[in-house]
Design a protein around this ligand. Structure first.
Ligand code: SF4
Length: 306
């Protein structure tokens, strides 16, 4: 009964307007799922997803692009390892296309259980339980589970084998719109009648506290003929992106400092004028910077330099 009520609710209240809900193209769904990892749907829907599809309408187009170009288009979306893995994955699948198999998909770089299940369910309507943070929370509350390890088994039992895609999407939307982390609106919930956790939903919420790390960066600003020196980063945080080169701070060369948050890092960035740049530095004009693969931290620094 709850399963049917859930689908009726989804039909009326689901987020059908999301652009990746209007297609069953495996490449399009794969692209959207990689972008949606740890990123709000509205940011992906408004710019990045349509931009990528316009520029790289086929998997082959994306595979043929250079990594620099892909990182440039990804600029501002964060978690750049996703872009590098996406590029590697489509290159591996250039000849035969993306696999239509749950296990095979997980062999691709950066593809875990969630992304593989989402592609198999949303693009191919395969009978596989999808579990993202929203679905995890709904199921934990609905079945009153104290332990995350029990969720997969329950999700598989609860899966609507006749309409697996709609069922997974419905749970996802329910978690996003009704069974929210704080103050779920149980009165409006299609599962309310049989929900075991509705009296104390907060108990069954996973509360993973993020452990933040503080970082201090001293970055050099070197302009030659109105071109700015940047170097290709090799560290884990901004690998393959162009960043301002690190410098030893000298008080009289100080320009400005600002705060920036990125993944688990709380970064204090201080900018200093410098004449010396590493040999491998590349010089970018203002127009080139608009297209270059740079991080949002570098973009923020540029605002100070304006
Ligand atoms: S009844 Fe409340 S706690 Fe239970 S699934 Fe619905 S919104 Fe979540």
């Amino acid at each position: 009964m709850s399963i049917k009520t859930l689908l009726t609710w989804f039909e009326k209240q689901g987020r059908h307007e999301l652009p990746w809900r209007k297609t069953s193209d495996v490449y399009h769904i794969f692209l959207s799922e990689v972008m949606l990892q740890q990123t709000q749907a509205s940011r992906v829907a408004e710019h990045y997803y349509p931009h990528f599809l316009q520029k790289y309408p086929t998997l082959q187009n994306l595979a043929d692009a250079s990594l620099d170009e892909v990182l440039g288009d990804w600029s501002g979306l964060g978690y750049y390892s996703r872009a590098r893995n996406l590029h590697k994955a489509v290159q591996l699948c250039k000849e035969e296309g993306l696999p239509h198999d749950f296990k095979e998909l997980q062999k691709l770089p950066g593809v875990g259980r969630y992304t593989a299940s989402a592609v198999c369910s949303f693009a191919l309507n395969q009978s596989i339980a999808v579990i993202d943070t929203n679905i995890n929370r709904v199921l934990k509350r609905y079945f009153a589970l104290m332990d995350d390890k029990l969720v997969l088994h329950k999700a598989e039992e609860f899966l609507n084998k006749e309409f697996p895609k709609e069922h997974n999407l419905a749970l996802m939307d329910l978690g996003s719109l009704v069974c929210t982390p704080k103050n779920p609106t149980c009165k409006e919930c299609p599962l309310s009648f049989t929900c075991k956790g509705k009296n104390e939903p907060e108990i069954f919420t996973c509360k993973k506290k993020t452990q933040y790390e503080n970082l201090e960066l001293y970055l050099g600003v070197c302009l030659v003929d109105k071109k700015l020196a940047l170097v290709k980063s090799s560290d884990k945080l901004y690998k393959d992106l162009y960043v301002l080169p690190p410098v030893e701070p000298v008080e009289e060369d100080f320009i400005a400092s600002f705060k920036h948050s990125y993944t688990k890092y709380r970064i204090t960035v201080s900018l200093y004028k410098t004449q010396t740049t590493p040999l491998e530095a590349r010089y970018f004009s203002y127009e080139e910077l608009l297209q270059a693969p740079i991080s949002s931290m570098t973009k923020k620094a540029l605002q100070f330099l304006n």
